[in-house]
Design a protein around this ligand. Structure first.
Ligand SMILES: Nc1ncnc2c1ncn2[C@@H]1O[C@H](COP(=O)(O)OP(=O)(O)OP(=O)(O)O)[C@@H](O)[C@H]1O
Ligand SMILES: [Mg+2]
Length: 423
C-alpha cells in the first residue's frame, strides 16, 4: 500500500483536555471516545487483588474499581493538567499522560494484517509551552518502541484544529473548556501575538454552582465535584441579560423552578425559591462583573485572578466580548472586519442549552455573544457555535492528519509536519 493511503486509513486523534481526554481513530467518524484525564496510583498490594495484573498507574474505566474500594483518593488520584498545561517538573503527571495515550491506542488496536502503527495527531492548548511538545514527542517515541502502536506523530494547537474542522482558515476561534478560555485569531495559522486568554472555564462555572447548592440547602453535596458538574450541566442557564432574566424568574417562579433528580439515587435537588440563581451560572462564564457576584466573592468564592503562564496573561475578570475585541484589535485593521464575521465557539463550556419556552431570556452561547458584541458597537458580527463543541478539536485533528502529506517532515521552526518513530 502507498504510504499516503496507509496514512489516511490510520489517522488517530488525541485531544488532551484538562478534564477529558478525547481520542480515537478516523474510523469513528463524528465522535471520539472520551475518558477523564486522570490517573490513579494504587497501593502495590491492592493492584493484583483488584485487577489481577501488576500496574503502577491505572487510567480509564478501571479507576472506578479503586474508587469503590474506599481507597485514599486525594493523594493518589492525579489530574495531570492545570489550565491545559502539564508542569515541566512533574514526572508523575507525564506518566499519567503516557498511560492514557497507551490505553487509548490499545483500545483501538487494529487486528488486521499490515498494521505498522497509527499516524497520531495530538492537540494541545494554544499557549502550551515548547517543552510540552518535546515531552509528548518523547512519550510517543517510547510508546512506539514498547507497543508498535505509533508510526508517526504531529501536534497542533487546539484553536487551529477547530478552524480546520470548520474549514475556515481565516477566523477567530474561541475555545472554552474546563480549564480556561483561549481566543485565537487565525489566518492560516494562529496569530500568536494576538492570542488572548481568560482564566475562566467550566471549573469556574462549577465553583458558582457549588455556591448555589450551598445557598439552597445542599451544602453537603457541594463538596462532590462530579455531582456539582452534573448539576451545572442540567440546571445551569445562560441569560441573554441577567437583570431581565432575574426579573422574569421572580415573576414566573414555577416556570424557572429547577429540579434535578440524581440518576440512580434517591437524591432530588430542588432549588425552589433560589431557582433564579440558575442564571448566575451561565452569566459568570461570560461576564463575572455584575455586582451580584460581589457577595459570593465576599463569602469566600475565589475571584478569578490574572495569572501568567509563560509569556501569556490569563485574565480573570475580563468579559467574553471584551476578550474577543482585544484579540481582534491586535490583528491588522484590514483583517478585522473579516475576523468579526467569522467567530467560531468550541469547547464544552459553551454547551448552555437554550430553553424554547424562555425565548430571549435563556439562550445559547452564540446568541449571548452576538448580543454582547453588538452592545459594544460592533454591527457585522457573526458568531457560530460548533455542532457538538466538545469534539471539534478531535475532529480537526482527524481532518488535519488526513490532509497533511506523509512525506512532510516535522520542523521545529514551523512546528508542523510528521515525526517518524523508529520501533
Ligand atoms: N451542557 C453543558 N452546560 C454547561 N457546561 C457543560 C455542558 N456540558 C459540558 N460542559 C462543561 O464543559 C467542560 C468540558 O469541556 P471540554 O471537554 O471542552 O474541556 P477540556 O477539553 O477537558 O478542557 P480544556 O480544553 O480547558 O483543557 C466541563 O467543565 C463541563 O462541565
Ligand atoms: Mg479542550
Amino acid at each position: 500500500m502507498f504510504e499516503e493511503d496507509y496514512k489516511r486509513r490510520f489517522v488517530f486523534g488525541s485531544d488532551y483536555g484538562t478534564s477529558d481526554y478525547k481520542y480515537g481513530p478516523i474510523t469513528l467518524g463524528e465522535r471520539p471516545a472520551v475518558i477523564e484525564n486522570r490517573g490513579y496510583l494504587p497501593e502495590r498490594s491492592m493492584v493484583s487483588k483488584i485487577l489481577g495484573v501488576e500496574k503502577d498507574i491505572v487510567v480509564g474505566k478501571d479507576v472506578a474499581y479503586f474508587l469503590e474500594s474506599g481507597a485514599d483518593l486525594s493523594s493518589r488520584m492525579i489530574y495531570p493538567m492545570r489550565d491545559g498545561v502539564v508542569a515541566k517538573s512533574d514526572p508523575t503527571a507525564w506518566r499519567v499522560i503516557k498511560e492514557l495515550t497507551k490505553f487509548s491506542l490499545e483500545e483501538f488496536k487494529p487486528s488486521g494484517f499490515g498494521f505498522k502503527g497509527y499516524y497520531i495527531v495530538a492537540s494541545l492548548s494554544a499557549i502550551a509551552p515548547r517543552y510540552m511538545y518535546e515531552n509528548l514527542i518523547n512519550i510517543y517515541d517510547e510508546i512506539s518502541r514498547e507497543t508498535g502502536l505509533i508510526h508517526a506523530s504531529t501536534i497542533i494547537p487546539q484553536p487551529l484544529a477547530v478552524a480546520i474542522a470548520h474549514k475556515e482558515l481565516s477566523c477567530v476561534v474561541v475555545e472554552s473548556g474546563h480549564g480556561n478560555t483561549q481566543v485565537a485569531p487565525i489566518s492560516r495559522a494562529p496569530i500568536r501575538d494576538a492570542i488572548v486568554a481568560l482564566n475562566r472555564g467550566g471549573s469556574e462555572a462549577n465553583a458558582i454552582t457549588a455556591e448555589v447548592l450551598k445557598d439552597s440547602g445542599y451544602g453537603d453535596l457541594a463538596k462532590e465535584e462530579s455531582l456539582v458538574r452534573r448539576v451545572k450541566e442540567n440546571l445551569g442557564l445562560l441569560p441573554l441579560n441577567l437583570d431581565e432574566a432575574i426579573n422574569y424568574a421572580k415573576r414566573n417562579p414555577e416556570h424557572v423552578r429547577a429540579i434535578y433528580q440524581v440518576p440512580g439515587t434517591r437524591i432530588k435537588i430542588d432549588l425552589a425559591e433560589y431557582s433564579w440563581t440558575r442564571f448566575l451560572i451561565g452569566e459568570y462564564v461570560f461576564d463575572p462583573n455584575h455586582e451580584i457576584f460581589q457577595s459570593y466573592f465576599k463569602r469566600g468564592m475565589p475571584r478569578p485572578s490574572d495569572t501568567r503562564v509563560g509569556d501569556i496573561t490569563f485574565y480573570g475578570m475580563l468579559d467574553m466580548a471584551e476578550t474577543i475585541i482585544r484579540a481582534v484589535e491586535r490583528c491588522p485593521v484590514e483583517l478585522q472586519p473579516h475576523l468579526y464575521s467569522h467567530i467560531i465557539l468550541s469547547g464544552g463550556n459553551f454547551m448552555w442549552r437554550p430553553v424554547s419556552t424562555m425565548k430571549g431570556i435563556a439562550v445559547d452561547s452564540q446568541t449571548k455573544l452576538q448580543h454582547m458584541l453588538r452592545d459594544k458597537g460592533l454591527e457585522n458580527v457573526n458568531v457560530r457555535l460548533s455542532p457538538e463543541p466538545q469534539y471539534a478539536v478531535w475532529r480537526g485533528c482527524i481532518v488535519y492528519g488526513y490532509a497533511i502529506p506523509a512525506n512532510y517532515r516535522w520542523e521545529w521552526e514551523k512546528m508542523e509536519g510528521w515525526v517518524y518513530h523508529t520501533k
